[in-house]
Design a protein. Structure first.
Length: 285
């Protein structure tokens, strides 16, 4: 990866990590990432317009005083988040990191991009619209409550994947392991959990809080939507994503902190990558 492009994504990664520090630091680092991206050719003018519109809508969704304005801003935020995460808006030249590599025998070839558009979605939602831990002691409590959900989610999801023939056991540690986990966490997992759990599930649960079953309906809807979003990989892949989504949503509901969902999600992806056929068997989807 050329140095200007690498600098662009290092700054974006730093902005995501800085969400847990001073509130002014993420916007400054994000602005630097956007500037570097424009100079590196990762971003072009239409991307800048889309990012400004998305950031503005997300800020209003979380800070506007008038309820109708917040509702409109939330709708625009959801639509733009989906368009950006699905790479439907112009102006983004996301670099290819892994190109059709066979990581396992009898596996589908694996390709990975560093996606600035999806990473930006995760950063902005995480910074302005997600409930996060505010201290190390709180993080420790969240981790303790998350660990049982994490283990059950990994066992249930990969157990179903094995039973359905989507994956096989394949212990490996390819040279791309660390980069895969870092890129997957920062530019995929953060965006997906911030959107499905921190944005949709949290607000649906709040809207249904007067009902005893409201939070669990929010868990179910969040998981179903997450599964549906992955149906492009095939029916069994969508079912697997739905099972995993239940775990992510349960972790969020149990702790009310986005870190729980992030941890379960990246842990499952890492175990899948290292211990099983990745991304899936040729005949398994």
């Amino acid at each position: 990866m050329p140095i200007p492009t690498l600098l662009t994504f290092l700054l974006l990664a730093a902005a995501i990590g800085a969400v847990w520090s001073h509130p002014l630091l993420p916007p400054l680092l994000f602005a630097a990432a956007v500037g570097a991206g424009l100079l590196a050719g990762v971003l072009h003018a239409p991307a800048l317009i889309a990012l400004i519109l998305f950031a503005g809508a997300a800020w209003l969704a979380g800070h506007a005083r008038a309820a109708p304005l917040r509702a409109v801003a939330l709708t625009v935020t959801i639509l733009l988040a989906l368009a950006l995460a699905m790479h439907k808006l112009p102006g983004f030249n996301n670099p290819l990191l892994i190109d059709h590599v066979l990581l396992s025998a009898n596996a589908l070839p694996f390709t990975q991009y560093a996606n600035f558009d999806k990473g930006a979605v995760g950063l902005i939602l995480l910074a302005w619209l997600c409930q996060r831990v505010s201290s190390w002691s709180e993080l420790g409590a969240v981790l303790r409550r998350t660990l049982p959900v994490l283990m059950l989610t990994v066992v249930a999801t990969l157990g179903f994947a094995l039973a359905a023939g989507v994956v096989g056991v394949d212990l490996k540690l390819p040279q791309q392991t660390l980069s895969f986990i870092a890129v997957n966490l920062l530019f995929t997992v953060v965006a997906e959990e911030a959107f499905f759990r921190g944005l949709l599930q949290a607000r649906l649960a709040a809207a249904l809080q007067r009902f005893r079953w409201g939070p669990w309906l929010a868990v179910a809807v969040s998981a179903l939507l997450f599964g549906a979003a992955h149906l492009g990989g095939g029916l069994r892949y969508g079912i697997l994503a739905g099972i995993a989504g239940i775990g992510y949503a349960w972790a969020y509901q149990r702790t009310q902190r986005i870190e729980a969902a992030l941890l379960v999600h990246i842990a499952l992806n890492a175990v899948h990558f290292i211990g099983f056929t990745y991304p899936a068997r040729i005949d398994g989807v």
